[in-house]
Design a protein around this ligand. Structure first.
Ligand SMILES: Cc1ncc(COP(=O)(O)O)c(C=O)c1O
Length: 385
């Protein structure tokens, strides 16, 4: 690798194995949704240890369809953490539901479960915790609250494929779990997603929603359930099956990247690694830091052809999600979070070069803006459950 090569923010391989599988699908005339999709769904179900998997066009549509299956509609309320990718909120909005934002925890990026119950009203239909960057929301208390109030818990596990909590894969705890197969995920089909569930009736309902309300050839069925065309394709599934063979190596690589950054930057006082508990089976999707001098560091890295990226704004900062509440923890994270070059096949040499450059520019940044201190992620590491 030459020193001048640009290091991208994300690196994922798609190669000959995927091409061969896609060619095989097309040669077999498996193009739209059919047996290859069914095989992919079965393979994911086996991997996650869940009975039913329904492939759909995106993680966003997975969330939308899970909400539809839970009966969410106009006037209903859905609880969503203030810090997540916008898709978690646009899904309920698409169905005419009201998004009720909840701050995240002081010591992590997931919904603050202690603030959830006070936000539940007679109109609340669902809680949508997000397992940010492979770290679990407090599933124990959240499942209990959902049960007590008769609302559906839907896990947004789009950033948590393969990540485990108490030995079980995230996304398999709630009534529905939603996953993305986008390009910036651990497993990709270009675009794509899937919903998982445990109940055969729920799976049947999701499949009907996916196909305009139909479960077979009886066209009168589509008058009973309102769905749409949310189908997957066998071409995508063929690619997904090839990608699945890369999974064990990818999980190990994600951990290795995280460990390398953690070791290489441990003594920089204004960089605080967001915690992912590798020993507990969590898998980081990317390596993220709370960075007190974020913009200065992004610019310094850019001058060395290294692309680091700030995280998206808090949801309440989007005009259409404005709230009269305050979200101090989410705001602190949104103004400081930085993703360093990551990805399932980001070469470790890139990671090392990024570490070297950060160490090289650190004194200059400190002279410019001061050294700052850690402590934004202040409290203990463990997630209550
Ligand atoms: C937390 C979260 N939810 C939902 C999504 C939406 O997934 P997709 O981009 O496949 O629609 C993403 C995608 O990045 C995400 O990170």
């Amino acid at each position: 690798m030459s020193e001048s090569e640009v290091i991208p923010r994300w690196w994922i391989e798609v190669g000959e194995a995927e091409i061969a599988r896609i060619a095989e699908a097309i040669r077999g005339r498996h193009i739209s949704m059919g047996p290859v999709t069914a095989a992919f769904e079965e393979a994911i179900g086996h991997y996650l240890g869940v009975a039913h998997v329904v492939c759909v066009p995106s993680g966003s549509m997975a969330l939308t369809m899970a909400l539809m299956a839970a009966g969410v509609g106009p006037g209903d309320e859905v609880l969503v953490p203030d810090r997540t990718w916008i898709a978690t909120a646009t899904a309920p909005r698409l169905l005419g539901a009201r998004v009720v934002l909840v701050d995240v925890r002081a010591d992590g990026l997931v919904i603050d479960e202690s603030q959830v119950e006070e936000r539940i009203t007679a109109r609340t239909r669902a809680i949508l915790p997000v397992h940010v960057n492979g770290t679990p929301a407090a599933l124990g208390p959240l499942l209990e609250i959902a049960k007590r109030h008769g609302v559906t818990l839907i896990e947004d596990a789009c950033q948590a494929f393969s990540s485990r909590y108490q030995g079980r894969c995230l996304g398999t705890f709630g009534r529905f779990g939603c996953f993305s197969l986008g390009l910036n995920k651990l497993l990709t089909t270009g675009q794509g997603g899937f919903v998982v569930c445990h109940d055969a009736d729920d799976a049947r309902l999701l499949r009907r929603i996916r196909n305009q309300g139909l479960s077979g050839a009886d066209l009168s069925e589509c008058h009973q359930i309102s769905g749409s065309n949310f189908k997957f394709t066998d071409i995508q599934a063929a690619m997904g099956l090839a990608q699945m063979e890369r999974l064990p190596a990818r999980v190990e690589h994600q951990r290795a990247v995280y460990r390398a950054y953690a070791a290489g930057l441990a003594d920089i006082p204004w960089l605080e690694l967001t915690r992912v508990d590798l020993d507990a089976g969590q898998v980081p999707l990317r390596t993220e830091y709370v960075c007190l001098h974020r913009e200065a560091l992004i610019e310094a890295l850019r001058r060395h052809d290294i692309i680091a990226e700030p995280q998206a704004p808090c949801l309440h900062q989007y005009g259409f999600l404005a709230s009269d509440r305050t979200f101090p923890h989410a705001e602190r994270y949104c103004s400081t979070l930085l993703m360093l070059p990551s990805g399932p096949e980001q070469p470790l040499a890139h990671v090392q070069r990024t570490i070297n450059v950060i160490r090289q520019v650190a004194p200059e940044i400190e002279r410019m803006v001061g050294s700052g201190a850690r402590g934004i992620m202040s409290s203990p590491t463990t997630v209550r459950a």
